[in-house]
Ligand binder design. Structure first.
Ligand code: HEM
Length: 241
């Protein structure tokens, strides 16, 4: 008799994990395409070609991008629901703290996609449609583009530690020790303060004017900042757990 492990609770968790990887690759792959390929390339496009690309290419890419983000979050929550190790004390363990850190970044990034990037990109697309049909350009199009870019670069920064903590959770964190509540509190205060500052800069930088902020001014800086932030977080983790 075939055991059909795939229909056990661990099997469902594995299927959710698979869906999570597929959706995550779609989301983060497009995020990197926007940041490392499209945005730098658009600078060199003629105005007409750029308008054409914004009308015909960008909406398709943004559709896969935002629904990829939605599916990544939903499948991530499904893993949480199916996985057997998630007992009451799980979120106090090093693994639980690790996945919570990854999820914190994931939820902020999701909010940036649906709450900042997509609404502002809709203005950029509407502007391209207006100019293509000979109507007047939208006055807020440039600032909308900047707001979307700041949130998008910030998501790129967060994606670097996010992916580390996603993998770290099962593959290294179980080797760390459980610690007291006050040590966990210290960890969370540092992580939350730093993360809120980075996100606040993303939301406020566009109104401050150029240069926006070193870490989201150029995609090269964003990559460096992502690894620096990862280094800070892993040193903190090592110090506490
Ligand atoms: C709010 C959003 C997210 C939630 C709720 C979430 C949730 C989870 C959970 C519960 C796990 C299982 C951890 C474990 O016990 O091993 C996991 C693993 C993972 N997630 Fe996420 N995740 C989110 C975002 C992302 C994103 C954006 C990516 C990017 C591609 C991603 C990629 C991964 C990877 C690669 C693993 C590793 C699985 C393994 O080592 O077997 N996740 N995630």
């Amino acid at each position: 008799m075939v055991a059909l492990e795939i229909f056990t609770q661990s099997g469902w968790a594995m299927l959710a994990r698979w869906g999570h990887f597929l959706a995550g690759v779609t989301w983060i792959g497009l995020l990197y395409y926007f940041n490392f390929v499209q945005t730098p390339a658009f600078v060199d496009f003629d105005a007409g070609a750029r308008t054409d690309a914004i009308r015909k290419l960008v909406p398709r890419a943004l559709w896969w991008f935002r629904y990829g983000a939605l599916l990544t979050v939903l499948t991530g929550l499904l893993i949480l629901g199916f996985q057997e190790q998630f007992k009451a004390d799980y979120f106090k363990s090093a693994s639980g703290i690790s996945i919570s850190t990854g999820i914190l970044f994931g939820l902020i990034m999701f909010a940036n996609v649906w709450g900042v990037i997509w609404p502002n990109q809709k203005i950029v697309i509407a502007n391209a449609e207006a100019t293509a049909s000979g109507r007047e350009a939208l006055p807020n199009a440039a600032s909308a583009g900047r707001k979307a870019a700041c949130a998008s670069r910030t998501n790129t920064l967060f994606s670097i530690p996010l992916l580390f903590f996603m993998g770290f959770t099962s593959h290294l964190a179980p080797l760390y020790h459980d610690v007291t509540g006050s040590k966990r509190a210290t960890y969370w205060i540092v992580v939350l303060v730093l993360t809120i500052i980075i996100e606040a800069i993303a939301l406020m930088a566009p109104s401050v004017g150029k240069p926006q902020a070193w870490h989201i001014d150029k995609h090269r800086n964003t990559i460096i900042a992502g690894f620096v932030y990862w280094a800070v977080l892993i040193l903190l983790f090592e110090a506490i757990f």
